[in-house]
Write a protein that binds this ligand. Structure first.
Ligand code: CAA
Ligand code: FAD
Length: 381
């Protein structure tokens, strides 16, 4: 059999566990944490309790060693409950991935073990106030000093940055060298000279905490360097090539939620003496939502499968991330339309879907940057 879309028994169990968790533990509190703009620590603790936090960490360090297809299964379910709460877990996996890709066994043991022993998070620090899309233009400076590096500079928009056990910080030993001067350093929580300020006023995904990080004469031991000096940019790129797929999975979860809420409402709400679901204009919206959802899910699984097969997949991750986040945005938008005036109010969950999923078109590389990656793939292959 050349193509098999069947989930294994373990994957079905993972899906069922995550679905139940999202329904019982995430969805009921999603609006509350969104309104309060507060980290949902009780939810994070419970996610750790069922083994689904930082589950990409291999079993030898206490995790589940999830494959990318497993991650996609998990991501769709958790994001169905709340995209913002899922982003907390997703960004932790993003911080873990460079350690998995470039860390020595000793570094993996030192950094990853603590993330499986208690409910705790990792973070990934690439973006800066002066540059986001142009990642190679980063300015945070790393200067060799004794058996380590002194960091000076700042990062911004860093998800989990002030809560994480460690942040993988990308800095430059030589700004003139652009990407060739980048180092990836693991900065532990509480390192002297490292401060984090929580950013307030996000449009959506407000349960997830976003930070500005400041480094002032912050000394980091050389034993925290991932890979070699100058490898940092490619490590960031290799990481994002993987982690854009869970963003796609989260988008699929939001799109599914939008369709489910809309279907329920359309069957209940009456206008002109009949449920609005009887109007073809509403039916077509539902049909469009399912078309987007199914195609995005299928392609996201394909991108995940390529990753697990260790086949070239950077373009596929970019397609999945851009496409899924766009159909999810459209689905959330149409869900509001189907709900009419009620859709515009916080009493119903659909306005939050739209606010949350807008971010999926921006973070982990904007959808314009995904198109740039896809276009380069076309022109260079
Ligand atoms: N894998 C491996 N190597 C790669 C690569 C990849 N995917 N992409 C580029 N490279 C290599 C190139 O081969 C080149 O190496 P050589 O000099 O040895 O040939 C080097 O990197 C530089 O490549 P480019 O000249 O192509 O790089 P560029 O400056 O044009 O940038 C880019 C490419 C794709 C635009 C990149 O800057 C990018 O991805 N930008 C977006 C940044 C981003 O996604 N940020 C996300 C932050 S995390 C986040 O947002 C998380 C969250 O919200 C939770
Ligand atoms: P800019 O790069 O200034 O882009 C502005 C506009 O110009 C965009 O529309 C962009 O697409 C367009 N543009 C730029 N260059 C091109 C081009 N070459 N071709 C076409 N269009 C272009 N970063 C992290 O490192 N870690 C995190 O954990 C993290 N979490 C985040 C959480 C939140 C809530 C947010 C908002 C951001 C987060 N980010 C994180 C940062 C995120 O990755 C960046 O915001 C994103 O990469 C865009 O960078 P920018 O905001 O500097 O926009």
């Amino acid at each position: 059999m050349a193509i098999d879309f069947t989930l294994s028994e373990e994957q079905k169990q993972l899906q069922a566990l995550a679905r139940r968790f999202a329904k019982e533990q995430i969805a009921p509190v999603a609006a509350l944490y969104d309104a309060k703009e507060e980290m949902p620590w009780p939810v994070i603790e419970k996610l750790h309790g069922v083994g689904l936090l930082n589950a990409v960490i291999p079993e030898e360090y206490g995790g589940l060693g999830l494959s990318m297809v497993d991650e996609v299964i998990l991501g769709e379910e958790l994001a169905w409950g709340c995209m913002g709460i899922y982003t907390i877990a997703m960004a932790s996996d993003l911080g873990i991935t460079p350690v998995l890709l470039a860390g020595s066994s000793e570094q993996k043991e030192r950094f990853l073990r603590k993330l499986t022993q208690k409910p705790s998070l990792a973070a990934f620090g690439l973006s800066e106030p002066g540059n986001g899309s142009d990642a190679a233009a980063l300015r945070t400076r790393a200067v060799k000093s004794g058996d380590g590096y002194i960091l000076n500079g700042s990062k911004t928009w860093i998800t989990n940055g002030g809560d994480a056990e460690f942040v993988v910080v990308f800095a430059t030993v030589n700004p003139e060298a652009r990407h060739k001067g980048v180092v990836a350093l693991v900065v532990d929580k509480g390192t002297p000279g490292f401060r984090a300020h929580k950013l307030h006023g996000k449009m959506g995904q407000r349960a997830s905490a976003t930070y500005e990080l400041v480094f002032e004469e912050c000394w980091v031991p050389a034993e925290n360097l991932l890979g070699q000096e100058g490898d940092g940019f490619k490590l960031a790129m290799n990481t994002l090539d993987k982690t854009r797929i869970p963003v796609a999975a989260g988008s699929v979860g939001v799109a599914r939620r939008a369709l489910e809420e809309s279907t329920k409402y359309a069957k209940e709400r009456e206008a002109f003496g009949q449920p609005i679901a009887q109007f073809q204009a509403v039916q077509f919206k539902l049909a469009e939502m399912l078309m987007g959802l199914e195609t995005a899910r299928a392609y996201t699984y394909y991108a995940a499968w390529l990753t697990d097969q260790k086949l070239p997949q950077a373009h596929a991750a970019a397609i999945a991330k851009a496409y899924a986040s766009e159909i999810a945005f459209d689905a959330a938008n149409q869900a509001i339309q189907i709900h009419g005036g009620f859709g515009y109010m916080q009493e119903y969950p659909v306005e939050k879907l739209l606010r949350d999923v807008k971010l999926n078109q921006i973070y982990e590389g904007t959808n314009e940057i995904q198109r740039l990656i896809i276009a380069r793939h076309i022109l260079n292959s």
